[in-house]
Design a protein around this ligand. Structure first.
Ligand SMILES: [Zn+2]
Length: 373
């Protein structure tokens, strides 16, 4: 029977800054094989987005098919840690190390839960990528392709991202907002400020376009999402001279949006406004993720029930925060995210309470027991 603390420590000690492959996957595979999982690993991609390793582990025959998804890559440690970020250390009831909460601890907890449920013969899979913290080019989307080739089709999916805010179990995520970034470039004609008739200042056109954009109310939210929001995050001309009219004026927008919007339509709407004020301007957008929602129902009720039974907490069903790999998995089946406290994720001295690790394994086991029931 694997130990959740020891397995988390072993995963932290296998340094795996995104994009990740190799040793950290060896550790996970070594834990899964004795539990009856068939483990398939594959490495794809080239620098800078790769190479990335992905792992697909499956076992059992009894439906419905329950999947756990997560990532073994971590963000860089950065300078200023009290200890070594990749030498796990227990101090004062906390286990320190990069990835402790995001999300090696949750992966270890699920392995322990799966170990306790071997006899149920439930169809189980682990969908584990080495590229969630990066652009995900060779990560979960490639795993989903591989699953399609293998005929691996989960019916329910739990993502182990750190969703808890104040205490373990207080929040589960049933969806996420979408995200798009839009770059605007308004051309003009550079010239001397003393001869404005010989030049064409792009700044006023950009400003009037931005004023219209800033006045937009996209929506006022709905039952499960807060209102969509446009933020102007940068304006620049790159012009250091006091006597020069700049040749270009540029701006950047960031939009976080709910499921009443979609990325391409937002980009088109911004483009239409910009072209009206500044004909010929370039508007380019990148959609980092569409909004998605798993309607509260069977899966969220099951997860919330397990949390209530084991922790005595009623979780809030939330769609807040940044995007996650759930945005890809939601195309396969209903997805709920639940994991450790997110207070120290991506920070210096990332740490998980030992008691929370043990409790999370307990909740994950209870979730599997309820699927089996
Ligand atoms: Zn994460």
């Amino acid at each position: 029977m694997p130990d959740v603390i020891e397995l988390t420590k072993a995963l932290i000690a296998a340094e795996s800054v995104t994009p990740a492959r190799g040793a950290v996957f060896d550790v996970l595979e070594a834990a899964l094989v004795p539990l009856g999982f068939a483990v398939e690993r594959f490495v794809e991609g080239e620098a800078p987005d790769g190479p990335v390793e992905n792992l697909l582990a499956t076992r059992g025959d009894t439906g419905p098919h329950f999947a756990f998804a997560g990532h073994l890559d971590v963000v860089p440690a950065g300078p200023g840690w009290t200890g070594d970020a990749f030498v796990p250390e227990v101090r004062g009831g906390l286990l320190y190390g990069r990835g402790a909460v995001d999300m090696k601890g949750a992966i270890a907890a699920f392995v322990v839960a799966a170990a306790a449920r071997v006899s149920a013969n439930r169809k189980l899979s682990l969908i584990i990528t080495g590229d969630e913290e990066g652009p995900a080019t060779f990560g979960t989307p490639r795993l989903i392709e591989r699953m399609a080739e293998r005929g691996v089709k989960p019916d329910l999916c739990l993502v182990g991202e750190p969703t808890s805010a104040q205490r373990l179990g207080d929040t589960i995520k049933i969806g996420r907002r979408g995200s798009t970034v839009i770059w605007i470039d308004v051309p003009g004609r550079q010239g001397h400020v003393a001869y404005p008739h010989l030049s064409d200042n792009p700044i006023p056109r950009l400003i009037t376009a931005l004023a219209e954009i800033d006045a937009i109310t996209l929506d006022s939210g709905n039952d499960w999402f807060q209102a969509s929001n446009i933020e102007i995050t940068d304006i620049h001309t790159g012009n250091p001279a006091t006597n020069v009219i700049p040749g270009n004026a540029r701006a950047r927008l960031s939009i976080r949006f709910n499921d009443m919007q979609n990325g391409p339509a937002l980009i088109a709407r911004i483009d239409e406004i910009v072209q009206r004020h500044a004909p010929g301007a370039q508007v380019k957008g990148t959609v980092y993720g569409e909004a998605f929602l798993t309607q509260p129902g069977e899966l969220s009720t099951l997860v919330a029930g397990a949390i209530e039974a084991k922790l005595g907490v009623t979780p809030e069903l939330s769609t807040s925060g940044g995007t996650s790999d759930a945005r890809y998995l939601v195309k396969l089946c209903p997805v709920v995210e639940f994991g450790l406290l997110n207070a120290t994720m991506h920070k210096l001295d990332e740490a998980v309470a030992i008691a929370d690790l043990v409790a999370l394994a307990d909740v994950y086991e209870e979730i599997l027991r309820r699927v089996d029931a």
